[in-house]
Each structure stands twice: as C-alpha cells, then as structure tokens.
Design a protein around this ligand. Structure first.
Ligand SMILES: Nc1nc2c(c(=O)[nH]1)N[C@H]1C(S)=C(S)[C@@H](COP(=O)(O)OP(=O)(O)OC[C@H]3O[C@@H](n4cnc5c(=O)[nH]c(N)nc54)[C@H](O)[C@@H]3O)O[C@H]1N2
Ligand SMILES: Nc1nc2c(c(=O)[nH]1)N[C@H]1C(S)=C(S)[C@@H](COP(=O)(O)OP(=O)(O)OC[C@H]3O[C@@H](n4cnc5c(=O)[nH]c(N)nc54)[C@H](O)[C@@H]3O)O[C@H]1N2
Ligand SMILES: [Mo]
Length: 773
C-alpha cells in the first residue's frame, strides 16, 4: 500500500466535522465553488431542484440547508466543468479507456456531444442528434420482433422522461423493461403487494416523529441516506426506541453530530442514533422475526390464560387480516434451535427484541438492501409484515412499513410504468387513452435481459441512465452479453464502463442533469419526482447546461420515439415543448395524478396516497394477508453445496462512503476506517487466522457455484474488522464478478449481492501490508 492507502480506526461520530471537511473538500475541488454552493443551497427547496442523490424525503419544516454530505458530493459531481468532448474521444481509443478504473472514467467530466462508436478506428466520433436517432430507429425497426430489444432504466429518470419512455417502448411493442429496481427493492414491492396490497412504503416523515419504536434493518443510512440520521437521533432524544439489526456496527447507526447545528458543532457533541443494536447472520433476519413472533404468541396465550390484556391486537387482526391460523401454525412448527442457529442471535437476544417490540404501541420498520438482496428476500420481508400485522402496526399514525428507496426517483419510475410485469390496469388505461394495442406479455427483468443478450435473443440495448455493465452480476459474462449486441445506446451524464462495453454499433447520448436548466420550445421546464414517502414534487434545474449540445432525457426519448414510430401514438415534439402536457397525459392514465399540474402548485408537492396506510387492502381477499412460509432449511444455495466445497466465508457486497452505486467519488470509506483503496475484504480476525492468513495480506476471492465457471477477483487486502464470525464484506461494483447470474432471489430475480459463498486463496504474488492503527 502506498502512503495514502491506509486502514485505521475512525472514532468520530457520523456527520460532524468529518462531514463538513468532506463537503468543503468536494466543493472546493469542484472548480466552481461559489456557483456550486449557491446551487447546493437550492437543493430540495421549493422552486429549487430535487437532490439527485437518494430517495429520502423531506421533513415538512422548511430549513435553510437541505443537503447532506453525500448530496453535496452528488451535486458537485454533476456540476463539474471538466468535459468529455470530441477531442477527448479523439485522444483515447475505447480499448485504452477500458483499461482505466471506474473512478478515473467518471472523473474526466461531463459528456458534451452525441458520440457514435467507430469499430474500425476503435474511437467514439462526434455525430449529430438526428443521425443518432436515425441509427437507433434503423436498428429497432430492423428487428424480427420488438422483444429483441432491452430498454433499461436507472432510477434517476424523472417522471416525465420515464412516462414518455414507457409509452414509446410499449407503442414499439414490448415490455422489456429491465431496471435498477430489479436489483434493489423488487422484493419489497412483491412482498408488500402480496400482503398489504400495495408495493410501496406506508409511512410518511411524520410517522417517524410519532413512533415509539423505529427498527432500522439491513440499512446503512449514515452513508446512503444521511438525512435519515436526524430523525433517528431525534427519536432517541425524545425517548423512543431505535433498534438496529445489522451485522456491521455502522457508524451512522451509533452516533451522529449534525453538521447543520452550529451549537452542537462548537461544543463538539454528538448523540446516539440507536438504543439497541443486534447483529444477525447474513440472511438470518427471517429467523429473527419468526423468533420474535414466537415470543409474542406465547405471551399472548399466557395473557389469555391469566385474563390479562392481550399482546396481539386481536381487534385489528379480526377486522383487517386473514390467514392468521395458518401463520400461527407455521410459527408453532418452527423450532427454537432452527431459529437460533439461522438468526445468528442468541435466544436471549431475540427475547429482548420481542420485549422491546411488545412495549411499543407504534412501530415503524425501515429496511433496505440488507433484506432485499437475498434468495429468500420475499419471505424475509413478509415476516416483517406478519409481525407488524400481529400488533396492528400498519395503517395508524406513527407506525408502518418503510422500505427506504435508493435512487432519487426509482419509486416514481415504477409508478410511471417502468415495469416488466406491468399491472393490467395500467395497460388498460394506456390502451384506452392512446388507442393502440399494448403488449400484454411480460418482458425481461435485468437478469433475463442479460440471459437474452447472451443467447442473442436480444440485439439492441438502450440504457436510460445507469451503468448496466457494472451494476449487474457476473461481470465478464454480462460484458460478453452486451458486446454481442448489434447496438448499445446509453443516455448518460458521465462516461462510465457501460459505454466502453460496446455492441457492434454504439452510441453515447449526453443528457442534462437535474441541476441544469431545461429549456424547451415553450420555456424552461421542471420535472417531477416521487420520494420514498410517496411525496411528488417538482424540480427546477438552476445551472446553465455544461454544453449547448446537451438535451434533456425527456427530449432524447422523444427524439428516439419520433425517429422510430413517427407521430405515433402522440406528437412527440408537441409533448416535449411543454412538460405540463406530458403531466396531463400522466394525469389521464396513472391513478393518484388527477389534476397533476394543479397539485404541483402546492409548496412541497403532494402525497400520492397509500391504500394500506388507510387500512384499505387491495388484495384478492380485501384483507391484509398473513403469509405462512416455513423457515428455509439452510441458506447456502444447493448449487454451492453441490460443488462439494464448504465456503470459507459468506460475503456481502455493499457501498463505501465515497461512492454512489457504481460512481466512485473518492477512495475513502471514512466511517469504516479505510482510506485510499477499495479492493479490501473485511473479515473477523479469528476467521482470517483460522483460514491461514494474516490481516493486511492480499487474497483472491473465489465464489462457489456449480456451473463450471470460475468467478474470481484478485488482490484484495484482508482487513481485520468487527464483523460476526463466518461473514465477510467488500465493496460493490468491484465484487460483482463473484455474483453468479443464476444466484438470484426467488420470485424477485434480484442478484443475491448480500449472500455470496466464497473461498479465500493466496494472491500471487502475495504481499503483506501492515495495518496502521
Ligand atoms: N451516498 C450514497 N447514497 C446512496 C447510494 C450510494 O451508493 N451512495 N445508493 C442508493 C441506492 S440505489 C440504494 S438501493 C440505497 C442502498 O442503501 P443501503 O441498503 O444502506 O446500502 P448497502 O451499502 O448495500 O448497505 C446494506 C446494509 O445492510 C447490512 N446487511 C447486509 N446484509 C444483511 C443481512 O442479511 N441482514 C441485515 N440485517 N443487514 C444486512 C450491511 O451491513 C449494510 O449496513 O442507497 C441509496 N443512496
Ligand atoms: N454487488 C452488488 N451489486 C449491486 C448492488 C449491491 O448492493 N451489490 N446494488 C444494486 C442497486 S440497489 C442498484 S439501484 C443498482 C444501480 O444500478 P444503476 O442505476 O445502473 O447504476 P448507477 O451506478 O447508479 O449509475 C451511474 C451512472 O448513471 C449516469 N447518470 C447519473 N446521473 C444521471 C442522470 O441524471 N441521467 C442519466 N441519463 N444518467 C445519469 C452516469 O453516467 C453514471 O455513470 O446496482 C445494483 N447492483
Ligand atoms: Mo438501489
């Protein structure tokens, strides 16, 4: 390791001076410090723009500063004045660029011109917008079937762009909508639709302020939703319980110093963000919740015998739910040994958890990728729902279910119909409003899209944002699949690896970011987004676009649509001239958006409503449904067991503090004490020694999967870390080559990014790196 690369204990709280230093560094390093500071102050304000970072919602109180450390990084990242222009592409061949790191690629600046890949010279060359659109149209129209094209969406696209995109793709004739949601909260949507009849969270910000207990499960808000730390800290302060379930003692879940409170900063105080911390096994959460339910049930029976007040909310259960008996039978049939063994907790810990849960009248359960990226994610999340139903914790103030979303508009994109298995009602509404026969067959999700490209059943890939080549599993294989396409197209703000993994033909279509002024024929336009609490609001870019050639995502989608379909089913130019026209089309077809333009005039936007929050259950029975699933016999996949090797460790892949998904802003992970490097694997010191290694040594990680393929990443530094025995953790996307494409969640097709069986091998040549304390 060089001088700058080091591992050390980081003792400071989350936020605090470390965050201020980091914001200042990112801001001063952005070449446009004063302009960007002015821009940052417009973040999440009425009349300003929505933070392009995460999907966390706003507290209704209007403060002066509404961005966090990582939001500031996101804004500065977008607002850079460095440019990746035609001269840049003339300088580098694509194969040269491919040798650079992901960090270097995005650090080169903003894409400025539409570029076409020239295979003969291996360079991207400038093209015109019209030529680019014509090339896409030609390839799409030459396909034997519309199902031979894949239309990917990342979760930053605005509602307006997403609505036009799905309209175009369905008018073209397919439901092939792989999206980042497939790798993210798919399990939450499925689990909740099945049980409470709506695939979105039931809570709003105020519920966090009223809850007696908040569970934060499989989530690292200190890094990924920093604005959540303030309500957690406030909850602890007012005497509510904040109970964390996470194998890693993430710093943001321990202590927080709010950098926006001068008094607190000056006295250098910090406050706790939890009242209790439990560290389950990876994938062990279903066992934890099953155990809690078992305790509640036994206490309820005991209370009934003694004539004491009940523990379960029988009135709620009676009036609002069905399936209780089957569920209780499943709980009775699950034995304690199995629960304890799978959960990674002790029986006493589960009892403490159950007591805390019982004591609270109003409980909010929050979760993120720690629950959704497992094979059994749907049953895991349904066990959370079951538990909440037992005590009537859905559909009352201060209580509910909160899958905390990732990308800033990932929830809105789904609402707009970016969905490979669209609800019938949406298809019917589109058909009625636009008078064309919509495709009814389900399309491809992300895993199926890769498989289809691999087998040459799909030949055109179009990405509305994102970094498909890096965010997806089984990297070398996925890259081969993309390369086998006739055409790959990326609508993007910054250069990333997906642009270098080209099909025979390839295009980069540079777009405006959310911070930039979006000027169309009828004047400057705003775009709308939906946050994790289902609040919809409008966002206006503030900055002059980085290049006059840039177009908005909405206008690029319309350009492709017009070139491909002509003025069918709408006049695309007309729609793009004034986005309120697109919003009128949304109002006509998507429930909850009636009088859309009118409703947006309300400062802070409007709430879309949530049936389950009103105790209206859109399920076949008309009731909230308990789900009785047996606890999986074991968590390691049969394919791993068949390989005959016992895994050394189970690896989860996660985000460092200086990254936004595949976008790496810097090489530090401050809260975990890692500086200047990313190829690290965190493991328990006893495990490291048991496996015959030393902390600081470099290893290869090899994943186990019985399909004859080798999956390996090399030269990862072993970091001795406070992590439960048997577990390891490393950063994504570097570890995506280890995730087998076929290792995905039951029903969800979400890659099992939080549960990968691995072996450790000595790296060649091996080098021992001292750990600095
Ligand atoms: N700055 C920043 N913000 C972001 C992102 C970003 O990359 N950077 N990404 C955005 C996106 S798209 C998303 S989806 C969210 C992601 O937000 P998170 O879900 O917080 O992201 P991860 O880094 O994947 O962290 C997963 C957490 O779950 C824990 N965990 C892993 N496996 C298990 C398990 O089996 N059980 C339990 N109980 N815990 C487990 C890990 O220790 C870790 O703390 O953040 C969004 N916001
Ligand atoms: N191993 C592992 N894999 C994972 C995960 C994990 O935890 N572990 N997490 C999964 C999750 S939760 C998610 S959501 C996916 C993320 O998958 P994606 O959404 O595909 O990936 P991102 O890294 O967010 O995309 C970054 C790129 O988006 C482009 N971009 C940024 N802003 C804009 C914009 O405003 N418009 C347009 N058009 N483009 C823009 C930039 O070019 C940037 O390079 O990854 C998944 N993959
Ligand atoms: Mo995500």
């Amino acid at each position: 390791m060089s001088q700058k690369e080091h591992i050390r204990d980081y003792k400071a709280p989350a936020g605090g001076w470390g965050a201020l230093r980091s914001v200042t560094k990112s801001w001063l390093g952005s070449e446009n410090a004063f302009r960007n500071l002015r821009t940052m102050l417009k973040t999440n304000q009425n009349g300003g723009f929505d933070c392009p970072g995460c999907a966390w919602g706003e507290s209704p109180e209007n403060g002066m500063v509404k961005f966090c450390e990582n939001g500031a990084k996101a804004v500065n990242w977008e607002a850079t004045s460095r440019r990746v222009d035609p001269a840049f592409f003339a300088q580098y061949r694509v194969s040269d660029l491919a040798k650079q790191t992901d960090y270097w690629l995005e650090d080169q600046g903003r894409l400025t011109h539409p570029m076409r890949y020239d295979a003969e010279t291996d360079h991207y060359v400038e093209t015109s917008w019209n030529e680019a659109f014509a090339l896409v149209a030609k390839h799409l129209n030459e396909l034997d079937s519309p199902d031979q094209a894949e239309f990917y969406t990342s979760g930053r696209a605005s509602n307006e762009a997403a609505f036009l995109y799905q309209l175009f793709v369905r008018a073209f004739g397919t439901n092939n909508f792989p999206d980042c949601s497939n790798m993210c909260h798919e399990a939450s949507a499925i689990a909740m639709s099945d049980t409470i009849g709506v695939g979105k969270g039931t809570v709003v910000f105020q519920d966090l302020e009223e809850a007696d207990a908040i569970f934060v499960i499989g989530q690292n808000p200190g890094t990924n939703h920093p604005r959540m730390l303030e309500p957690l800290r406030a909850a602890v302060k007012r005497g509510a319980q904040v109970i964390c379930l996470n194998p890693l003692k993430e710093r943001g879940l321990e202590r927080f110093q709010n950098p926006q409170l001068p008094v607190e900063m000056l006295r250098n105080g910090s406050e706790p963000t939890n009242t209790a911390f439990f560290r389950p096994a990876l994938g062990g959460d279903m066992a934890v919740f099953r155990g809690m339910a078992k305790f509640l049930l036994s206490w309820d029976r005991e209370a009934q015998e003694k004539g004491e007040p009940a523990v379960l909310d029988h009135a709620f259960i009676q009036e609002h739910t069905c399936g209780l008996d089957d569920y209780l039978n499943a709980v009775d049939a699950t034995c304690w040994d199995h629960i304890v063994e799978q959960s990674g907790l002790t029986l006493e810990e589960i009892e403490v958890l159950a007591r805390m849960y019982r004591r609270a009248d109003k409980v909010v359960m929050c979760w993120a990728m720690g629950l959704t990226q497992h094979r059994h994610s749907v049953p895991i999340i349904q066990e959370v729902v079951n538990l909440q139903l037992l005590r009537g914790n859905v559909g009352k103030p201060g209580a509910g279910l909160s899958p905390v979303r990732g990308h800033s508009n990932v929830q809105g994109d789904r609402t707009m119909g970016i969905n490979e298995h669209p609800p019938e009602a949406l298809l019917n509404a589109l058909e009625k409003r636009f008078q064309f026969e919509v495709p009814r067959m389900h399309g491809h999700n992300t895993v199926q899209a890769i498989q289809a490209m691999e087998e040459k059943r799909a030949k055109v890939f179009l990405g509305l944002g994102g970094n498909f080549a890096q965010a997806t599993p089984d990297t070398p294989r996925t890259h081969r699949a993309l390369r086998s396409c006739e055409l790959t197209v990326h609508i993007a703000t910054k250069l990333n690896r997906s642009h270098l993994v080209t099909g025979r033909n390839a295009l980069i279509l540079p777009c405006l970011g959310r911070t930039e002024i979006d000027m169309q024929a009828e004047g400057p336009q705003g775009v709308t987004v939906e946050d994790t609490f289902s609040m919809v609001h409008i966002s206006y870019g503030q900055l002059k676009p980085r290049s006059p050639m840039l177009r908005s995502e909405t206008s690029i989608v319309a350009g492709i649509a017009k070139a491909t379909l002509g003025n069918h089913p709408i006049d695309w130019d007309w729609a793009v001239a004034d986005y309120s026209r697109i919003r009128d089309l949304i109002a006509d077809t998507i429930p909850g958006f009636e009088n859309f333009n009118e409703k947006l005039k309300h400062p802070g936007g409007f709430h879309l409503g949530n049936t389950a929050a009103n105790r209206v259950w859109n399920t076949p029975s008309g009731k909230a449904q308990f789900r009785a699933t047996t606890l999986p016999t074991q968590l390691v996949n049969e394919s791993v067991l068949e390989k005959g090797d016992k895994p050394d460790l189970i690896l989860q892949t996660m985000r460092a503090h200086d990254q936004y998904n595949t976008t790496v802003y810097g090489l530090d992970d401050r809260y975990r004490g890692v500086f200047g490097l990313r190829d690290v694997v965190f493991a328990n010191e006893a495990d490291i020694r048991r496996l015959g290694f030393e902390p600081g040594e470099k290893v290869d990680l090899v994943s186990l999967w019985d399909d004859g393929r080798e999956r390996r990443v090399s030269d990862f530094v072993l970091v001795a870390y406070d992590i439960p025995p048997g577990q390891a953790a490393a950063y994504y996307p570097e570890t995506n080559p280890l995730v087998p494409l076929e290792s995905y969640g039951d029903r969800t097709f979400t890659p099992t990014s939080k549960f990968i069986a691995v072996k450790l091998e000595k790296a060649k040549p091996s080098a021992v790196i001292p750990t600095q304390q």
